[in-house]
Design a protein around this ligand. Structure first.
Ligand SMILES: *Cc1c(COP(=O)(O)O)cnc(C)c1O
Length: 489
């Protein structure tokens, strides 16, 4: 061991560290302030990619040099979802308040798995605030998780044990017979993973057709449930979606709730995208969410929290706890001391050690107020409609779906090309837009045809950003046709 190496991992000189930390903070605030003037995304140069191949460093280079590596090799080549013109898949942009909260949370470094400390109260309050924001009972149980994938998994796990009984925990699915979970054909792929992980199997997920507006066809749902019952299959739960990933369509939650009440089925709402519409001018779309047995929400999407944080709400606290609680001697609760506290979050989900995700949500709600988040939703929705109107007015652009939430799907459609060629042209167009650095948009399939998908979901986007994107389409559209139809590349 070298003589200079200090004990532990704290800096040998706090003043040096403080100076570096101040500089890092300045660099990061500069980035936030000027990010919109840079390309959204840049392709990784070969040398940068290759620079990540080195072996495990046995001797450190020091924190100054390590920080320099981050700023030269990592920071310029990120995904770009902090940029005003990132509209890919569906993500929020993060916020400066959320960024600051993350720094604080990292330094405080509490474990939210359990115990009697203020960070647990912060998470409990975030759960209550979010329930109130979405119009759900505020005495519901809830848990912050990595995102809506995990929130949906937890919701379905509770449904499984609540419907099939506690025997599932001791004996697994042996002897329970076949079960089915229903969702629309537009449901997010994470539900397939949930069904697989929960041992139900992918085949248990019944994909019910959608109507022309891409919402669940509730009549077809009723028929699917009846057909399964007739075949001896036990209907377990219905997943309604508030804001589908492809088009932002919001299922008729009240109609689904009526059917679930009639049939005695667990109602779960995947509100990853539109769950928080209750804060916006379109709260009417999600009134029925209050009737769900469980709800999955994402805070790193329309709510703009830095990645990653989602939330699951479960109406019946006892059912939620009964699904996950395991309390060995070393985790036993006390009535005094640090091991007191009435809610230990590790009993409500998969993780035991849990980070302080709650702070980034709590501090943002405290700093901005919930209505500011509703205003972001209204603004990005208006921007999506602005884009949709321009698409509708453009002779070479064709809209592929109604605007749901703040998602616009369209394609570039010059004359004389068949559907196959149009798919190739639009795939190329998405790549050209990405490589141009002007914007990030992605592709999807709607009714079998490729669509350019623009999911605004970004509090930084302004009208001028939408216009810049439209100008890029004018420029890059003809180039996409040339490339895609000549077979080059
Ligand atoms: C994004 C999304 C998910 C998955 O959420 P993650 O936070 O990415 O895990 C689930 N459902 C819908 C509708 C989504 O949009």
């Amino acid at each position: 061991m070298s003589a200079e190496r200090p004990e532990g991992l704290d800096p040998a000189d706090w003043d040096d560290f403080r100076a570096l930390a101040h500089r890092a903070l300045d660099d990061l605030v500069d980035r936030l302030e000027h990010r919109r003037d840079e390309p959204v995304w840049r392709p990784l140069p070969h040398e940068v990619r290759a620079s990540f191949d080195g072996p495990l460093p046995r001797e450190g280079i020091g924190v100054e040099a390590a920080y320099a590596e981050v700023m030269t090799r990592v920071a310029p080549y990120t995904m770009g979802n902090d940029h005003a013109r990132f509209w890919g898949w569906y993500m929020g942009a993060g916020t400066p308040v959320g960024n600051l909260a993350d720094l604080v949370a990292s330094v405080l470094n509490p474990n939210l798995g359990g115990g009697d400390h203020a960070p647990v109260l912060v998470e409990q309050q975030v759960v209550r605030w979010c329930a109130e924001a979405v119009g759900y009972p505020t005495d519901a149980s809830g848990l912050l998780v990595s995102g809506a994938s995990e929130a949906n998994l937890v919701g379905l796990a509770v449904a499984r044990s609540a419907v099939l009984g506690p025997g599932v925990r001791t004996d697994g699915l042996a002897g329970t017979g076949r079960v089915a979970v229903y969702a629309s054909a537009e449901v997010h792929s994470c539900h397939r993973k949930s069904c697989e992980v929960l041992g139900l199997g992918e085949a248990a997920l019944r994909l019910v057709p959608v109507r022309d507006d891409f919402t669940l066809d509730v009549d077809a749902l009723a028929e699917a449930v009846a057909a399964d019952r007739a075949a001896g299959i036990r209907p377990l739960a219905v997943v309604a979606t508030a804001g589908t990933i492809n088009t932002g369509a919001v299922d008729d939650l009240d109609a689904v709730a009526d059917l679930c009440a009639r049939e005695g089925l667990w109602m779960h709402v995947d509100g990853a995208i539109g769950g928080f519409l209750g804060l916006s001018g379109r709260a009417d779309l999600v009134r029925g969410l209050a009737r769900a047995d469980s709800v999955a929400l994402d805070l790193h999407k329309w709510m703009q929290a830095p990645i990653d944080v989602g939330l699951v709400l479960v109406r019946d606290e006892a059912a939620h706890r009964a699904t996950f609680s395991v309390v060995p001697a070393y985790l036993r609760h006390a009535t005094r001391g640090l091991a007191a506290g009435d809610v230990w979050f590790n009993e409500y989900g998969i993780d035991l050690t849990r980070g302080f995700r709650a702070l980034r949500v709590w501090m943002a709600l405290l700093a901005h107020g919930a209505d500011a988040h509703g205003a972001v939703m209204d603004r990005t929705t208006a921007l999506a409609h602005r884009l949709a109107d321009r698409v509708d007015d453009h002779p070479l652009l064709e809209r592929m779906a109604p605007v749901g939430c703040d998602i616009v799907c369209f394609r570039y459609r010059p004359d004389g090309l068949d559907d196959e060629q149009l798919d190739a042209v639009n795939r190329e167009l998405v790549l050209l837009v990405q490589e141009s650095g002007v914007a990030i948009v992605t592709e999807t399939a709607l009714s079998g045809r490729l669509a350019v998908r623009v999911a605004i979901g970004n509090h930084r986007t302004r009208a001028e950003d939408v216009d810049l994107f439209l100008e890029a389409l004018e420029r890059l559209g003809p180039q996409a046709v040339t490339t895609a139809t000549s077979g080059a590349r």
